[in-house]
Design a protein around this ligand. Structure first.
Ligand code: ADP
Ligand code: MG
Length: 854
């Protein structure tokens, strides 16, 4: 940057200086331009042309611009790419500016603060999260977390303490999947807090001043308008309070250019302990919100279950699935409600029909509060509020428990509805500048102006007829153009008939155009009144919008109740449609399923689904080893057990004929390398969590799913690892389902209490396998690898030859000849078994213990 800048660039740098790490969109004529490095980044992100403009001293300044009328679309793409954008507008009319037009940043848009529908996903939250560490040692620090969704008005805090706080913080961040994460500068450079994938959150580093340790509580008290935080449950949580204050600071109107935090009024404090832990790995492997094969939602659990009718219901249902409950009382309250709705098809249909017409109340309330709601938004709000009385009546009557409570929370908001009805026309326009927003009768002053316009226009409309009559000129016309306004047009041959009070204004090819003083006067009245009407409508609309904005908290409370009703009705609807049953959920140690199904495979699989029973407890059925050939159905069975537990604890019915679910505190999954279809995707946490996390964190209340672990290394290492892990899990006493092709693990059942062998039954017909898909007691002694190879389409000669080799190898190993790999494992296995009885000093056991446990 040289010193002798042009005035324009001097102004640019004055402003840019305040927004160093934000893309500055600088209004120049009909474009928003970016300069210097911003231009390079913008051109690349938007795939637009990078040009340049002369700076000072012959320097060329890189420049990339977007047309202002399409700004929203481009900004949306910059935000989607994780950028933050400051919009710098001209704040005076260029026609009247002396010298350089004044410019100012009017809005800062960041991934966590967007409100425009075009930049939001309807069915997902858009969380802005602040994380505050307790000390400089980040790895051991406790953390305060504040979570806000500016688009829906949610605002919550929590603290992360206890062992491995960093891991728990990451788990919670993974669950929240924030769009934007606010961190102290020094933490922002920590690679473990920054996911490498573009789909992850944008990290926004904040300077030390943004972390107001001392004044945080005061800031929060003031914002919430209270004397104490006790009512919000976070009085004793200084880190959480500080995090909340960081969010409020970041959303200050001076920073973002709008009232972004006004509606964040009902702060809730939540505990990470109230919910089942489902880390990113488990969510991914169980395909809770995304299918592994295509990353899509359709074939995920969420895609199957979610038939909510409103966006806020969809967001809540997603949260329920991602965060199942631990308290049987709360779970059963949801199940009771689902049962009531499931058992009454008529009522459920009526409720869902009303919900279908309900707009996104959370986002509408938020836009009202931030002053960004359009007339059409308030129209949608009115339409939605109109549904409340019927909705409440439908829910209230004859229901008990949670539904009764939801009904009670459905405040009718008739004052707001009535205000909107009085103020707005039936179909409010998309934008304020379109006009025609306010209903006649709402404002006498506005009505007077409108009457004046109407009368003036009518006078003008009649003018043609009266003047034709008065002058006898049959072809006389009254017209309008933008330059001269209204005129009377007389064709040339009739000009001699023109009366004296006509003043000639314009000559055209074959006519003359005139005005009269009366016409001028009427015209002035009309245009003057129209301008005033526009101003007045804009003003009245802003008043109505602010009135709604001030009541955002009430609207949001109703929105929450509607969301809950919607999610419960969706659980009920899905349960009925897919033939789910109500599970018995309690604190006991037993998980027992009769004819359980994997709901997604059942729905999308190509063959009729074969249901299976299941039993896990704290005695003989703690660790189930499940063997069977490739493609038999092992993975499906494991996941179906986990999904049924998850659904039950989320409060939904489950795909089974009967289910008894003892609460599970956490579901772990680990999938061997070859089955890990998504490896190479966002696995930034996987390394950190998987094995270590299971072995360190599993309790006897946990459910552990191990699918083909130990593949991808040599057989020898793989088996050893699998063996050691199984043994360790058996000691912890967690409920474990272990699918493996190492049928040698079947020996564990004889060695350790609580281990049971199962296999997926198949039938051999000649050289073919028929899949029975039935889980039956007992182990397997062979892998059917060759038969599966046939199924996969290997040529017959190859298969025949494989059969020969196998027979050979088996014979050799029996005769003590050259040991086949089978035989070597057998040998190893015998050693391992021996050592189980001499635990103190065996080198092989030490070796096994040392292998890949953390
Ligand atoms: P494995 O893990 O034993 O290799 P999978 O669980 O991946 O086998 O199952 C292979 C395929 O078989 C699945 O994609 C599914 O289509 C089908 N399948 C599995 N279990 C069942 C079942 N119980 N009923 C019907 N089809 C099933
Ligand atoms: Mg499998």
């Amino acid at each position: 940057m040289s010193d002798n800048l042009t005035p324009l660039f001097r102004q640019y740098w004055e402003i840019k200086k305040q927004y160093p790490d934000v893309l500055l969109l600088f209004r120049l004529g009909d474009f928003y331009e970016t300069f210097y490095d911003d231009a390079t980044v913008t051109a690349q992100a938007l795939d637009i042309v990078l040009t340049s403009r002369p700076g000072a001293g012959g320097e060329r300044v890189p420049m990339a611009g977007i047309p202002f009328h399409a700004a929203e679309r481009y900004v949306a793409r910059l935000i989607a790419a994780g950028h933050r954008v400051a919009i710098c507008d001209q704040v005076e009319d260029p026609r009247f500016a002396k010298g350089l037009v004044r410019r100012k940043v009017t809005r800062v848009v960041t991934p966590g603060t967007v409100l425009e529908d075009s930049m939001l996903e309807a069915k997902a939250n858009n969380f802005l999260v602040a994380a505050v560490p307790s000390s400089k040692e980040l790895a051991d620090a406790a953390w305060g977390l504040a979570v806000a969704d500016v688009s829906t008005g949610e605002f919550a805090v929590t603290e992360v303490h206890g062992p491995s706080p960093a891991l728990r913080l990451l788990e919670e961040l993974e669950r929240l999947a924030p769009r934007e994460l606010l961190l102290p500068e020094r933490a922002a450079s920590e690679p473990w807090l920054t996911p490498p994938t573009p789909s992850g959150w944008t990290v926004t580093p904040l300077p030390a001043e943004a972390f107001p340790r001392r004044s945080a509580r005061e800031t929060l008290l003031q914002h919430l308008g209270v004397q104490s935080l006790r009512g919000f449950g976070c009085e004793e949580m200084p880190l959480a309070i500080e995090a909340a204050a960081v969010i409020l600071g970041y959303l200050h109107p001076d920073k973002v250019g709008m009232e972004a935090a006004r509606h964040l009024r009902s702060l809730t404090t939540y505990s990470l302990d109230g919910f089942m832990v489902l880390d990113a790995t488990a969510r991914r492997n169980l395909e809770v919100t995304q299918a592994l094969w295509d990353g899509g939602r359709a074939r995920s659990l969420l895609g199957l279950i979610d038939c909510t009718a409103t966006p806020m219901g969809a967001r809540l249902l997603r949260r329920w699935l991602e965060r199942p409950l631990l308290d049987p009382v709360a779970i059963n309250a949801r199940l009771d409600a689902v049962e009531q709705l499931a058992g009454d098809a008529l009522r459920r249909g009526d409720v869902r029909e009303r919900l279908q017409q309900c707009a996104d109340l959370e986002r509408l309330a938020s836009r009202a509060a931030t002053g960004t709601a359009t007339p059409r938004d308030l129209g949608a709000l009115r339409r939605s509020l109109a549904l409340l009385p019927e909705l409440r009546a439908l829910v209230e009557r004859g229901t008990v428990g949670l539904l009764q409570e939801v009904a009670a929370r459905l405040e009718l908001l008739s004052d707001l509805h009535e205000h909107l009805c009085r103020a707005l026309v039936d179909e409010p326009p998309p934008l304020v500048r379109d006009g025609g927003i306010i209903r006649p009768g709402y404002s006498p002053a506005l009505d007077d102006l409108r009457r004046a316009v109407a009368e003036g226009k009518e006078w003008i409309a009649n003018l043609e007829a009266t003047e034709r009559e008065r002058t006898g000129i049959k072809s006389l016309k009254v017209g309008y153009n933008a330059v001269f306004g209204y005129y009377i047009e007389v064709t040339r041959p009739n000009v001699p008939l023109v009366p004296a009070n006509y003043h000639r204004k314009q000559t055209t090819a074959n006519a003359e155009r005139y005005i009269t003083p009366e016409l001028k006067e009427q015209e002035a009245t009309v245009t003057g009144a129209e301008e005033k009407i526009q101003e007045m409508e804009a003003h009245l609309f802003a008043e109505v919008r602010d009135a709604m904005g001030r009541e955002a908290a009430r609207i949001l409370a109703v929105a929450t109740a509607v969301a809950e009703l919607d999610a419960l009705a969706a659980f009920a609807e899905t349960s009925v449609r897919l033939g789910f049953c109500r599970p018995v959920v309690d604190d006991g140690p037993v998980i027992e399923l009769r004819n359980g199904r994997h709901p997604v495979v059942e729905k999308f699989g190509e063959e009729p689904f074969v249901p299976n029973d299941g039993l896990l407890d704290d005695r003989d059925h703690r660790l189930l080893i499940i063997t069977g050939p490739n493609m038999a159905g092992k993975s499906t069975y494991l996941r179906q057990v986990a999904l049924i537990v998850l659904l039950a604890q989320a409060g939904c019915f489950v795909p089974a004929d009967a289910a008894h679910i003892g609460i599970v505190d956490r579901i772990f999954t680990r999938v061997g390398a070859h089955d890990d279809l998504a490896s190479g995707q966002s696995t930034f946490m996987v390394e950190m969590t998987e094995t270590a996390s299971i072995l360190h964190h599993a309790t006897e209340r946990s459910l552990v799913i191990l699918d083909e672990i130990g593949r991808g290394t040599s057989t020898y290492d793989g088996l050893s690892n699998a063996w050691a892990e199984a043994e360790h899990l058996q000691q912890i006493g967690c409920k474990t389902l272990f699918a493996t092709h190492y049928h040698h693990l079947n020996d564990l059942a004889d060695r350790l209490p609580g281990v049971k062998n199962y296999r997926v039954a198949v039938k051999e017909e000649g050289h073919h396998i028929v899949w029975l898909r039935k889980i039956v007691p007992g182990g397997t002694d062979r892998s059917y690898g060759i038969q599966v190879a046939r199924l996969a389409g290997l040529p017959d000669e190859v298969i025949a030859r494989a059969r020969e080799v196998l027979t050979d190898l088996e014979a050799q190993s029996r005769n003590g000849g050259v040991p086949s790999s089978q035989a070597r494992i057998q040998e190893k296995r015998e050693k391992v078994q021996l050592t189980l009885f001499e635990p103190e000093t065996d080198p092989v056991r030490d070796e096994l213990r040392a292998l890949d446990l953390t």
